[in-house]
Design a protein around this ligand. Structure first.
Ligand code: AMP
Ligand code: MG
Length: 282
């Protein structure tokens, strides 16, 4: 786990998802210890986010992709929830609305990219346009197959503007998905989430795996890497994502900016009155 960059998809390589075990939990000692570590990492993430905000030069974009019940919401709650909401925004992308569908596929995501100093989390992303759009033939192949290059250009543009990009594919097994659907079925608090469409979508499982493999292959770049996270164990998924975030943010060498004013002059000009008063009262 200390080298969680092994989950990174090397640029140009083509991962075979069938060969990557979604139930892997290698090197981690167990659930309880993982939770303690996620907590400690979360506190550090919050400090680093503060530095990012104070520095106000760069930003972070986290894209979360998974099949239904893959754990996007859980990852946001348990890992990204440590971030200060002031300076961190979550955007969920659903079926494009009329405004969005009337424009190019990157329009709606571009306007949600993080400002300098901020973190943006995408719950689904522009990748849906080479995933669901491809699997369901929402656009012809001639259209979706050109989108990989458009995505790479777009992400390069963001990177050149100081946005660091991390993309996570939460990899679950088909059985684990069904298990999670069953839990929803048995939990009155979550029955509202059930849709028959989610079950129907399982028929396209293999098509989705292939579409994901192509997206990982074409769009994992040095400046915007993809990570395939074993996600059958929720605690391991959270641990892996939190460690990758930590290593990435630590790697930015974030620094508090120096004061923009002469502190001594400020002290003399504005604080003498109080100093005299406090002095007298001592
Ligand atoms: P959920 O995340 O469960 O709220 O579901 C959102 C739904 O929106 C999923 O079924 C996605 O596949 C779908 N969706 C997201 N982006 C797109 C897109 N660009 N084109 C078509 N469907 C999309
Ligand atoms: Mg859903």
């Amino acid at each position: 786990m200390d080298d969680c960059h092994r989950y990174r998809v090397e640029p140009g390589s083509r991962p075979r998802l069938a060969d990557l075990d979604p139930a892997e939990h290698e090197g981690a000692t167990g659930k309880r210890e993982a939770k303690a570590r996620i907590e400690a990492t979360g506190r550090r993430l919050r400090e680093l986010q503060y530095l990012l905000y104070a520095e106000n030069r760069r930003s972070l974009l986290v894209c979360l992709q998974a099949l239904d019940a893959g754990g996007k919401d859980g990852t946001i709650r348990h890992v990204l929830g440590y971030m200060n909401p002031q300076g961190c925004r979550v955007h969920a992308f659903r079926v494009p609305n009329e405004e969005e569908a009337a424009r190019d596929f990157l329009w709606r995501v571009h306007r949600r990219t993080p400002r300098r100093g901020e973190v943006a989390i995408f719950n689904r992303s522009h990748y849906e346009d080479v995933l669901v759009a491809r699997v369901h033939g929402l656009v012809p192949k001639a259209v979706w197959s050109r989108r990989y290059a458009a995505i790479n250009e777009f992400e390069r543009l963001l990177h050149e503007n100081g946005t660091h990009i991390l993309k996570f594919f939460l990899h679950i097994s088909k059985e684990e998905q069904l298990r999670r659907f069953r839990k929803r079925l048995e939990d009155p608090g979550r029955q509202w989430k059930i849709s028959e469409a989610d079950y129907e979508e399982r028929r396209y499982w293999d098509d989705y795996q292939l579409a994901y493999e192509d997206a990982l292959h074409h769009c994992s770049t040095a400046h915007a890497p993809w990570y395939v996270i074993p996600a059958d164990h929720k605690w391991y998924r959270n641990l892996a994502v939190s460690q990758i975030l930590l290593q990435t943010l630590e790697g930015l060498q974030l620094q508090l900016p120096p004061p923009r004013v002469d502190l001594e002059a400020i002290r003399r000009r504005y604080h003498r009155e109080l100093a005299d008063k406090d002095g007298r009262e001592d």
